[in-house]
Every structure is written in C-alpha cells, then in structure tokens.
Ligand binder design. Sequence first.
Ligand SMILES: NCc1[nH]cc(CCC(=O)O)c1CC(=O)O
Length: 313
Amino acid sequence: MNRTLRIGTRGSALALTQTGHVADALRAAGAEVEIVTIATPGDRSHAPIAEIGIGVFTSALRDALAGGEVDVAVHSYKDLPTAPDPRLSLAAVPPREDPRDALIARDGLTLGELPPGSRVGTGAPRRVAQLAALGLGIELVPLRGNVDSRIRKVRDGELDAVVLARAGIARLGRTEEITETLDPIQMLPAPAQGALAVECRVDDVDTEHLLQSVLDDSASRAAVAAERAMLAALEAGCSAPVGALADVVEDLDDDGAVVLRLSLRGVMATEDGDLLRASATGDLTAAEELGRALAAELLDLSGLAPARSEGRS
Ligand SMILES: NCc1[nH]cc(CCC(=O)O)c1CC(=O)O
C-alpha cells in the first residue's frame, strides 16, 4: 500500500496533538501520512454541550471520512456517540492515557483544601453530580471551551479551580499544573476518558489492518468496550451523569493460574442528585456483557429498570 493516508482531525490544540502521535506511529511503521484539519460545529459554538447535542465534535469528522475526504479519523473516544456508525470501522484503540480527572486549583490547593464557597468550574453533569455529592460547600460554575481557556480562568482569578480530564492536560504537556489527580473512588471518569478512537471506512480493509496492527492495544480496547457498553445500555449519551472505569486486573482461575480479567466500576446520578454505584468483574473477552450487566444493576438500583426477566436488548 503506497498511497498517502490522509488523517482527519479537529483543529483544537488537543486534537492536533493526539493526531500528531497517531501520525508519528504510522510514519514509524513506514506509512506516508498527511494531516487534514476538519472544522466541526462544536468548535464554532459556545453553547453548553448539553444544548448543542451529542456528536457535535465528531460527526463532521465522520462525514468527511465516510465521504472520502480523509482516510482515517482520530477522535477523543469519550466524545463519540454510543450508536455505531455503519459506514465506519473502529480500527484501533491506542494505549490509553491515565483516565482519571484532575483538579487545577489556585495556590496548589487540593479538593479537600478548597474553602467553602470556592468557585469550581466544570460543565459536565457527571462531574457536577459527583462533586456535589462530596458535600464540600463549593460553588459549581458551568464551564466549557478548550483546555487552555479553562485553565486560564484559574490563572485570571475568575475561578478557584477547574476539573478536567488528566489525559487532555497531559497530552498538552501541562501535568505540572495539576494540583490533585482525583481518586476514582470520589470521581469516576467519563466512559472511555483518556482513550482515542481511530476510525477508517468499513470497506477500506488495507487501512483497517494497518491501523489495527500499528496502533491497537487490546487491553485498552476491552476496558473501553465495557465502559461504553454500560453507557449505551443506560441510554444516556455522552453528557449524561454516568461515570465508568474498567481496569485490567490479575486473577486466578480454578487451577490457580493467573488470568487477566476486567474489573468495572460504574456510577449514575439520579434526578435527586443521589449517586448509585455498582461494580463487577468479568472476562476480558466478554467486556460488553460486563458493561451491560453493570448497567442492568444500576437500573435496578434506580428503580427505573424493566423487570430483569424481560431482558434488555
Ligand atoms: N469533551 C471534551 C474532551 N474530550 C476529550 C477530553 C480530554 C481527553 C480525553 O479524555 O481523552 C476533553 C476535555 C476534558 O474533558 O477535560
């Protein structure tokens, strides 16, 4: 295969950095690649994500890929809608960055050190629900925009702190500005946070094989598959108050041999702001079943579940 692969990306600093890493890995494997920036309506609008809808950052990129303008699309996985796009193949999930959320606060403060009344910026309902449940007496201020502009609000004194994905801060080379990485016991990340999704057209099998062999990490793929299956089964979409985190853990089988398994934790906020939590462990090869089972448990806890015996398709 000696054509140049055109890799589509959003134009934000974060997206360009992420895509740059993917391009470097493909070049190191001998491929010729070219990066093409695609503007998305999500980049142009300043409205809250909950208002402009799921997929604002990703659908223009997917259309450009399906329409043949580019051959590969690189997304932040957590920004993708849960519904599969039949035109495209998820060819690779590269090794995942640290999936946790992080605090950037004034004066090096941690969450527990923020005085009551502190103004903490975050737009995501998932983060709002989990921060509110900690009962710290902080004021949660709606916030969006790119990583740089969010951090600047702390530097400018407009906010006392912001909560962001650690992975985004790390990819921009700014980890030294983090004042606390939040423990998933307090703050479960968004499903697929810290992971990238690398797509190609479903009929482009040469590109699919190249992406898969050069970039795919099976442990990251399995962890993210469990989290996303949980989210999809909760029919929640990307801005709903759902957190999930799967870890690959070592376990012993019946004969005492070490096997790798997936350990999945999930949290869902009710309309009253209560947090429902559940966790389960399952086979690495049955990630989606594990995610669906945990979603069913959370729905049971919420009282919203259809009777288990009816099954959820
Ligand atoms: N929706 C915005 C978005 N999409 C991906 C990341 C960070 C990188 C990642 O999670 O992969 C961010 C910023 C944030 O949530 O702080």
